[in-house]
Design a protein around this ligand. Structure first.
Ligand SMILES: [Zn+2]
Length: 115
């Protein structure tokens, strides 16, 4: 898979993976993301796409909705949990051989996990 970025794809605001077919939320800005704040994200960033990131598996509109998912954390909490659980891709076959989470976070303008 090409790592070249095109306007055809969008970045995941949780892990920075650059392959979403649709923006995670209607009004989510393009990277660099910086600090995206706290949920509910749809109030700040518009309607969620309800797609799952192929990398971290975050489902926009579900994992950020405590009433639906039972989760109360933000993107960073989800990412930290996912990373500690082994960084397993939601679609493992799409994981590039030379993939690195720190590089992916940096490319999307997201802070490293240890901050
Ligand atoms: Zn992701």
């Amino acid at each position: 898979m090409s790592t070249e970025r095109t306007n055809a794809f969008h970045a995941c605001p949780c892990c920075g993976w650059w392959g979403l077919e649709y923006p995670a939320y209607d009004k989510l800005p393009q990277p660099p993301f910086g600090d995206l704040g706290q949920p509910p994200y749809n109030e700040r960033y518009g309607s969620a796409s309800f797609q799952c990131c192929h990398c971290c598996g975050f489902e926009f509109g579900y994992d950020c909705d405590p009433a639906a998912s039972g989760r109360h954390g933000n993107f960073r909490d989800y990412l930290r949990e996912w990373a500690e659980a082994g960084r397993n891709w939601f679609r493992p076959l799409e994981r590039p051989e030379d993939w690195s989470l720190p590089a992916q976070l940096t490319a999307a303008g997201l802070p490293p996990l240890d901050q």
